[in-house]
Design a protein around this ligand. Structure first.
Ligand code: GDP
Length: 356
């Protein structure tokens, strides 16, 4: 499964946020196939369509899509020189498909800031610099090896070109994700700044309703996406029943919890979308990549569905909702039989036909 790694300086609220994520996972653990790992937290993707679908099919339960977060470790200044940035850390962060960087915005004088003062911009620069240095080291090690491989014709010269261009960009202080370079040839190097980034500003409750301040913080990381939350409130929300949680959220001027926002933004950053299935047992969202074709999407349910794929009966979510039942949608001509080349759309309600 795709995962998002959580990084940030010490004392910015990573553990507090992560505890909320793992508690959430314990609550979500009665879903099929869920496994609990100590450093993985799962958030369900909020999706109002599931309940509506369950109403149409009289489904017993809802199974939402989810996003996994991995708690990586703190980064400190000098981390790329080995201070606090162990090999395990590097291995974990390389494996993540995207990175969520937690940035401290809360003031609390009782919580020491590693660099002495709360300054989101300076923190972003510190972490950015460490990640760029780590990538430079990776490239400096890899380039001589790639050169040899190109000479002996084991590796395509395009790989060397991409590696050299990436090194140049980093030396100019450019994050690879912002460089517009084609990094596909050097994907296996697991370069950190080439990964998609989400920025999570952990701010005081008062900031959550301060639109001007939020805009300032968002501008620091644009065009990357920013999520604003108060990790302390998130850890309280998770212990409340839905009504009390909604009330607490409303009292902070928000309509959606930070964890829900994080799930949505994370899902989008990873380039994912969902299709839906429903029956009397469950209404369920299945995670696929954008642009996937029908057989590959079927394979997410079961490999046999992909191997034996014949056709998919597809109804767009809104068409189904308007019709009120599959039978009515069919008689309105809204149920389409799609073949192997069909490109899945977000919110397709699907039934696969397959040979086994
Ligand atoms: P980490 O080192 O990044 O994992 O940070 P922690 O989650 O351990 O948080 C460090 C300290 O800051 C703890 O004492 C937390 O209770 C506190 N803290 C975390 N988030 C918030 C927040 O949103 N507001 C306030 N006031 N304190 C927080």
């Amino acid at each position: 499964a795709l995962t998002i790694g959580i990084v940030g300086l010490p004392n910015v609220g990573k553990s507090t946020l992560f505890n909320a994520l793992t508690k959430n996972q314990v609550l979500a653990a009665n879903y099929p196939f869920a496994t609990i790992e100590p450093n993985v937290g799962v958030v369900n993707l909020p999706d109002v369509r599931l309940q509506q679908l369950a109403d149409v099919f009289h489904s017993e339960r809802l199974v939402p899509a989810s996003v996994s977060f991995v708690d990586i470790a703190g980064i400190v200044r000098g981390a790329s020189e080995g201070e606090g940035l162990g090999n395990q850390f590097l291995a974990n962060i390389r494996e993540a498909d995207a990175i969520a960087q937690v940035v401290r915005g809360f003031a609390d004088a009782d919580v020491v800031h590693v660099d002495g003062k709360v300054d989101p911009q300076a923190d972003l620069e510190t972490i950015g610099a460490e990640l760029m240095l780590a990538d430079l080291q990776t490239l400096e090690k890899a380039i001589p090896r790639i050169e040899k491989e190109v000479k002996s014709k084991k590796t395509d010269p395009g790989v060397l070109d991409a590696a050299t261009a990436a090194k140049d960009a980093l030396e100019r202080g450019v994050l690879l994700s912002a460089s517009a370079l084609d990094l596909a040839p050097i994907k296996e190097l697991g370069l950190l700044t080439a990964k998609p980034f989400i920025f999570v500003f952990n701010v005081d409750e008062s900031v959550l309703t301060d639109a001007a301040r939020l805009a300032e913080l968002a501008a620091l990381v644009a065009p990357a996406k920013a999520v604003f939350l108060d990790a302390k409130i998130e850890s309280e929300l998770i212990d409340l029943d839905p009504e009390d949680a909604a009330e607490l959220l409303a009292s902070t001027g928000q309509s959606e919890s930070g964890l829900d926002q994080l799930a949505r933004v994370g899902f989008d950053t990873l380039g994912l979308q969902t299709y839906l299935t429903a029956g009397p047992k469950e209404a369920r969202a299945w995670t696929i990549g954008k642009g996937w074709k029908a057989p590959q999407a079927a394979g997410v349910i079961h490999t046999d569905f992909e191997k034996g794929f014949i056709k998919a009966e597809v109804i767009s979510f809104q068409d189904l909702l308007d019709a009120g039942s599959v039978v009515e949608a069919r008689s309105r001509g809204k149920a389409r039989l799609e073949g192997k080349e069909y490109v899945m759309q977000d919110g397709d309600v699907v039934e696969f036909r397959f040979n086994n």
